[in-house]
Design a protein. Structure first.
Ligand SMILES: *Cc1c(COP(=O)(O)O)cnc(C)c1O
Length: 401
């Protein structure tokens, strides 16, 4: 059989592609600190399991294509508490934020249409676009500027007749950037001026460490153009539940999205029941989790600042930090570390940075570290990373000195 060019043209996830090397390391008894993936180690609130355990029906039936009403109501209430008001019809449950992103791109892009993103960006965006024959129009942001947005004219100059949407991750993955209100207003002006869609991926909304968070959803001028992508994965440490949603006040958009929902029938029935219960957690849950991540952010920043030649931005949100490493090639270094390095049987795994750029020739000496381990383990992991750097044959620092 012949495989499509489209599928052969997709890339493997930079976050997951080194998994076979990690499995080999574990098979020979090494402990691997996983800094490669945003899988939090925080316990999922127990309400989730309780509701599922008490589920009485004898049939696991299909649920509504648009999602379970209980869950939609819970999400509506969560937003209302932030003074963002949605009708139940504005919220559609999806199989994670991932499916919400695919549906949004599907509703907005025909073949060769473009989605504008800011580099470095969440690698799966490329796959979502390419699956649909759409492309990513990427604009670079820089570590020295804390990965903030370029000037308005620079962004406008990159808009083409094929540009259908701007996709922003706020707080950012992999950068940890949190956009300022000025930046958000600028994006809003551009979106309205060119009548684009703004896809706001806000799955890390709760993870902001300095100052208050502003959602694009609270900017009413965007009502007709804004698509919010949301998920329980990171918020409640429930990545495997596969529950997310797509939220939009534009009725035409929602009408089209429902066709996609009907074709995939529904999201998992039991997980929706559990997810609705997650939204019952007390506000202190968010406070505690936020404090824990903030502590980790500070721990990893301090540990990284002690490593010569390592340049890191200071993340303001989410739970990632992009670093540039004094190595020839971060992917080679990542594989080498898993295969050839350990201290007392322990080693580290991280995501090579070039996967977060459209052009894989960029970000070759960069890496994304996810601070999803407790502070003690994080310190140990960064210590091991530092020792691995010095032992790695492609370490570039000596030659520069
Ligand atoms: C994790 C993540 C998602 C969605 O994950 P789901 O588990 O599918 O909800 C979306 N965007 C970004 C930037 C992410 O990091």
């Amino acid at each position: 059989m012949k495989l499509s060019f489209r599928i052969q043209n997709l890339s493997s996830s930079p976050i997951r592609k080194l998994v076979p090397y990690a499995s080999e390391a574990k098979a020979i008894g090494k402990k691997v600190y996983h800094l490669n993936i945003g899988q939090p180690d925080i316990t999922t609130p127990p309400q989730f399991m309780e509701l599922i355990r008490n589920y009485k029906s004898e049939i696991i039936a299909y649920s509504d294509s648009k999602g379970e009403t209980e869950l939609i109501k819970a999400i509506q209430k969560y937003y209302a508490e932030k003074e963002i008001n949605y009708e139940l019809e504005d919220i559609i449950i999806t199989n994670g934020g991932s499916e919400a992103l695919i549906f949004a791109a599907m509703a907005l892009c025909d073949a060769a249409d473009e989605i504008m993103v800011f580099e470095p960006y969440y690698a799966n965006y490329t796959t979502f676009a390419k699956q649909l024959g759409a492309t990513i129009n990427s604009i670079q942001t820089r570590v020295e500027e804390g990965y903030h947005l370029p000037r308005e004219e620079e962004i406008e100059a990159r808009i083409t007749p094929k540009t259908k949407a701007i996709l922003l991750t706020n707080p950012g993955n992999p950068t940890g950037v949190v956009y300022t209100e000025e930046e958000m207003k600028m994006i809003s002006r551009i979106v309205l001026k060119y009548d684009l869609a703004l896809i706001a991926d806000e799955v890390y909304r709760e993870f902001v460490y300095d100052g208050v968070y502003h959602s694009f959803a609270s900017m009413s001028e965007l009502d007709n153009n804004l698509i919010v992508i949301d998920s329980v994965s990171k918020r409640f440490s429930a990545c495997g539940a596969r529950i997310g949603c797509i939220i939009c006040k534009n009725k035409d958009f929602i009408k089209e999205i429902i066709k996609c929902c009907q074709a995939r029938l529904c999201c998992p029935t039991l997980e929706q029941v559990g997810a609705a219960a997650l939204y019952d957690v007390s506000p202190s849950y968010f406070e505690e989790v936020n404090q824990e991540y903030k502590k980790r952010r500070d721990t990893i920043a301090t540990a990284l600042s002690k490593l010569p030649g390592v340049v890191a931005s200071e993340p303001k949100g989410a739970f990632y930090v992009m670093v540039s490493l004094p190595v020839d090639d971060a992917e080679k270094f990542a594989i080498w570390t898993l295969k050839n390095f350990d201290i007392d049987g322990k080693t580290v795994m991280f995501a090579p940075g070039n996967g977060f750029y459209k052009n894989p020739a960029h970000g070759v000496n960069e890496a994304r570290l996810a601070y999803v381990l407790n502070s003690e383990e994080l310190k140990d992991a960064i210590y091991i990373l530092g020792e691995a750097l010095k032992a790695y044959p492609g370490y570039t620092l000596q030659s520069k000195q």
